[in-house]
Design a protein around this ligand. Structure first.
Ligand SMILES: [Fe+2]
Length: 499
């Protein structure tokens, strides 16, 4: 070794010993393991650094004086030449429902991040959240959408799959996702917004999120499993599920590092306010005729007493774009959704916005055919308009895949000789189709009313519907009392108009 090289090497080692770690993903909030509100809420705060360890601490409490302190669990993520990191996870428990808490993450005396987080709502309260899919491709449109989501100030968010392109690796998260949604210092359409500092995101698995499930080939694949901490109330082990492959050592490391999310990220549900959300992995390896899965879905939806039952998955069964048209595997779930009173299904995969009329579908086959299609009989509710008729007869299927990836323009209703489906496979069920801009969904729900709005990348509203629950029969008033006059005329069930 030359003297010059020795000096360079010694200087490098000296600098490394003195340097602090680099924070690669700033602390962000997750919903945590508890699916239901119960008597208290809990949250997870997590962040990622390089391999230089740090003595982090998290102060939190319901006042700005905090009052409580916790230290994070440290998990090494070693992907060899694909990268090495330290992940920090702090579990915040016994948080009050219907309120908020403050937190700050410290490294010694340096504050790394601070924020105020709204806790979960109890069942009778209003909750507002956003839904978006197909986000992390690293382009300008993703940052615009992240900025608009920040402006919407939701209480939580659901990403309905294809969170990061193209293969869902940890490196791709660092390149394409954390900047727009978390790491940016200030909010702007050019940079995004640090939404995840205060808003828990629920992740749903899309095809790109599981695009590198062989860890022997792509060591840092399946990044979603390291970054999301979903509730742990999924089905028992299924015959059809994501197969993670790799060496024995890689699989053992994955099991340990992803213990909060594997296999939980595939199937889980949650409650917040008057909303019950059911999140489903709809990738092609899932068999929607598997009895254990169907029983779990039925039990989950039936058990819930929430006024609004919403389901979230990536692959839409009912949509009118040529791209991905034949991937209709989720259609076989339609009768179960109808039986269990699902109000709206949200999906992504198709990069635009679509909303169907309320519909009922009777499949003619238990499984998709070889092309992926599922034929059956449609019943459409033509009367629902979301304005004067607000009680849908059937499930509304929404595609909200305009989160940033390149838009899909042509629809099956435009002239295209390649599209010649039979009436058993397609009927004009589309109520709204917006494919010339990126967008995301904003949902506000109280026990009687749900408002769905679609906002575009500049914040303009491009769709707006109201759903109401039929008012239960009210016993006749005693004859001596005057008749009430506060019901709004012309709206079903005397529902009040939207503000
Ligand atoms: Fe997709």
């Amino acid at each position: 070794m030359s003297r010059r090289f020795f000096l360079w090497f010694a200087a490098l080692a000296f600098c490394a010993a003195l340097s602090a770690q680099t924070i690669l993903v700033k602390p962000y909030v997750q919903s945590g393991r508890q699916p239901m509100s119960g008597a208290a809420d809990s949250k997870v705060i997590t962040w990622l650094t390089d391999t230089q360890p740090g003595r982090f601490e998290v102060d939190f409490g319901i006042t700005t004086n905090f009052g409580r302190l916790t230290r994070p669990v440290v998990t090494p993520l070693d992907f060899g030449k694909e990268g090495r990191y330290l992940k920090y996870t702090a579990y915040l428990v016994r948080l009050p429902l219907d309120g908020q808490f403050h937190y700050r993450v410290r490294l010694e005396n340096e504050i790394i991040r601070a924020g105020t987080v709204v806790t979960r709502k109890s069942a009778t309260n209003t909750v507002e959240f956003v839904v978006v899919g197909d986000t992390g491709d690293g382009k300008a449109d993703e940052r615009k959408i992240a900025y608009q989501i920040g402006r919407a100030a939701p209480e939580f968010a659901v990403i309905v799959g294809d969170i990061v392109y193209p293969r869902g690796t940890v490196k791709e998260y660092l390149k394409n996702f954390w900047g727009p949604y978390n790491n940016t210092g200030e909010a702007s359409p050019e940079t995004g917004a640090p939404v995840m500092a205060t808003v828990p995101f629920y992740g749903v698995l899309g095809n790109h999120d599981v695009g590198a499930s062989n860890l022997a080939t792509v060591a840092d694949g399946l990044g979603a499993f390291y970054f999301f901490h979903p509730p742990r109330n999924g089905p028992p082990p299924l015959r059809s599920h994501l197969r993670v492959r790799g060496t024995e050592i890689q699989l053992a490391a994955f099991k340990l590092a992803a213990s909060d999310s594997s296999p939980h990220l595939g199937f889980y549900s949650f409650d917040n306010g008057s909303v019950h959300g059911l999140c489903i992995d709809a990738n092609r390896y899932v068999d929607f005729t598997e009895p254990a899965l169907l029983e779990w879905i039925r039990a989950d939806l039936t058990r819930s007493r929430a006024p609004w039952k919403l389901v979230f998955f990536h692959h839409p069964g009912f949509q009118a774009t040529l791209a991905h048209y034949r991937e209709q595997q989720t259609r076989v779930l339609a009768p179960l959704f109808e039986e269990c009173g699902v109000d709206i299904s949200f999906a992504g995969h198709v990069h635009n916005y679509q909303r169907t009329m309320p519909l009922k579908f009777k499949p003619a086959q238990a499984k998709p055919d070889r092309s992926g299609q599922v034929n059956g009989a449609f019943t459409l509710d033509h009367r629902f308009d979301g304005v004067t008729n607000t009680v849908p007869q059937g499930v509304i299927y929404v595609v909200t895949g305009g989160g940033g990836a390149g838009l899909y323009r042509p629809s099956v209703e435009e002239v295209d000789p390649r599209f010649q489906p039979s009436a058993a496979n397609w009927t004009p069920f589309t109520a709204k189709y917006i494919a010339d801009r990126h967008s995301f969904s904003v949902v506000k729900a109280d026990p009687q009313k749900l408002v769905l709005r679609q906002l575009d990348e500049d914040g303009f509203e491009v769709d707006h519907i109201t759903l109401t629950k039929p008012t239960p029969a009210v016993p006749a008033a005693p004859p001596s009392k005057p008749a009430t006059t506060d019901a709004v005329q012309g709206l079903p069930g005397g529902a009040r108009s939207s503000n």
